[in-house]
Design a protein around this ligand. Sequence first.
Ligand SMILES: [Zn+2]
Length: 313
Amino acid sequence: MGQANGRRAKFFAEHPMCIFCGGAAPAETEEHCPPRSLFKDRAWPEGFVFPACVACNAGSSDADLVAAFLAQLRHNSDVVSSRSEGIMRQLHRQHPGLIGRMLIRSPIEARARARRLGIEPRPGETHLDLGLVKVTAEMEHAVSVLASKLTKAVFYVHTGRIFPAVGSINLHWFTNAELLDPAHRQSVAATAGLATLRPPVTRGGKDLRDQFDYSYGVDTKEELLLLHVGFGDTFGFVSLAGCVPGQLDEMSERIDARLLKETGAIPRSPFKRLTADLGQGGTAQSASSSNSVEESHAHWEFPTSEAHTRPPI
Ligand SMILES: [Zn+2]
């Protein structure tokens, strides 16, 4: 038996069950979460390898590709690198119309979107040069799959327990462009004080937090996890995971009741409930394009302008 086989055997002896579907299925594969393709030179952070059953590991490969495409948008100068070319070729094969649907070709639409975000082109440039793009249903789905898995992975790393199948996860994800909106920033900042632990993310002593950064908090019973994640300066998410059925619903009802008492209004929550079968079972959910998706995450931005900095998370 070679060294690699010995290492694998030890890994599965220490981590016998899949951590992504509640701990009932035996682990047969090692899954990198976040996927290696999200990192420059596929240099993934140490410790971010998890035991997964075949269905969970294979179930997210399509979503992983779209997420990798999003993550590489941040390295604007890298867009022509061989890694990006590979991702782009595969993206064209698996999602032929995706890039076409992202692009904004009308100057009027580009101007309207820029105005809504409160940004202006630099002298000599047009609104089209701002690089605003639309978020499509595929992206929505890909980030939901990634966030669901990463939330369970972080829960496993920091509590030593597998997130139960009866638990639920609420997700609020955002693009760099959405963070230009003060209301959006506020809603992210509102929970930042509860996610105060920020572990190192490294490979061979090299800090990788410019590509993947996270902070988290858990309650004393270790039933609730709040997670803040940023992927470079392109996209990020806040997730709230509760192990006990109904726990998150009760929490949001309590919060709504308090806000109603204090301010007389309930703001629309940016959090969405993730479905339990997300990214599992081999086939990705069909990601049909819908207007409501575009409205909820209407803007993306290629990070071409130095005016738009890293998400404050
Ligand atoms: Zn599984």
